[in-house]
Design a protein around this ligand. Structure first.
Ligand SMILES: C[S@@+](CC[C@H](N)C(=O)[O-])C[C@H]1O[C@@H](n2cnc3c(N)ncnc32)[C@H](O)[C@@H]1O
Length: 220
């Protein structure tokens, strides 16, 4: 019998705005010592890098939510126009500190809500939208987010979701442990994208049948 579902309180779309979270999230120290997290980070970074590599000079990238700039820093081309947006000022500040430490510029930073983007229609060539979907329980919010992203994007979209089709999710359920995010099936993800007007080109599990985190490449 599958264990009773229990969840930590991650129901709010905007839980992630405290300075404590910003400081703790994906600190370089943690990435350096946790092999599992590092592998996921590398897989995501490699996909972003390959998409960035295909962009012509002058192309525009939006990284929303940017968090502390983990993926903005993968864009190491000064011939591209990069804007990083996050709801949390703490995260944007952490991103600026990160850029100072790395001695590199990580792009323009703007405080914004991904469901109401201050960007013109079809102005973005690559939209990076990583690690937010699994925090959102509400389907209307999921749709609003993807519709906004589709509105502003003319090129590719890289996003992520947590899949129920993996051992880590099944193991948590069997043990009755609290679920940490909102995992969905790949088919459900496809349905949400279709309803939001996006086409899913490819889904790449960060570790097939094992990890929850899946990367998806879509287009409007
Ligand atoms: C798990 S982090 C992911 C950050 C980054 N994409 C990465 O992969 O490293 C989630 C981020 O979403 C941001 N966030 C939550 N709700 C948001 C919203 N409505 N609009 C923009 N950013 C939001 C949080 O402040 C947090 O920085």
């Amino acid at each position: 019998m599958i264990g009773q579902l229990r969840r930590k309180d991650t129901s709010s779309f905007r839980t992630a705005k405290s300075p404590e979270y910003a400081d703790a999230y994906m600190m370089d120290g943690q990435l350096a010592t946790d092999r599992r997290k590092r592998r996921i980070d590398e897989t995501e970074g490699n996909i972003v890098r390959s998409l960035v590599g295909m962009l012509p000079a002058g192309a525009r990238i939006a990284d929303v939510p940017s968090g502390n700039g983990r993926l903005s820093q993968v864009v190491r081309r000064d011939d591209l126009d990069v804007v990083a947006m996050d709801f949390s000022l703490s995260m944007l500040t952490a991103m600026a500190n990160r850029g100072d430490q790395a001695g590199s510029w990580l792009g323009r930073r703007v405080q914004a809500d991904v469901t109401d983007l201050p960007l013109p229609d079809k102005s973005i060539d690559l939209f990076i939208n990583m690690r937010l979907m699994h925090h959102i329980q509400d389907e209307d919010l999921q749709l609003r987010m993807y519709r906004q992203i589709g509105r502003v994007t003319r090129g590719k979209i890289i996003t992520s979701f947590w899949t129920t089709h993996c051992w880590r999710y099944v193991r948590r359920r069997l043990r009755g442990k609290p679920l940490r995010g909102y995992a969905i099936s790949p088919r459900r993800f496809q349905e949400i994208c279709t309803r939001a007007g996006l086409t899913v080109e490819r889904i790449v599990p960060t570790r097939r049948w094992w990890e929850e985190e899946c990367v998806a490449i879509c287009r409007p």
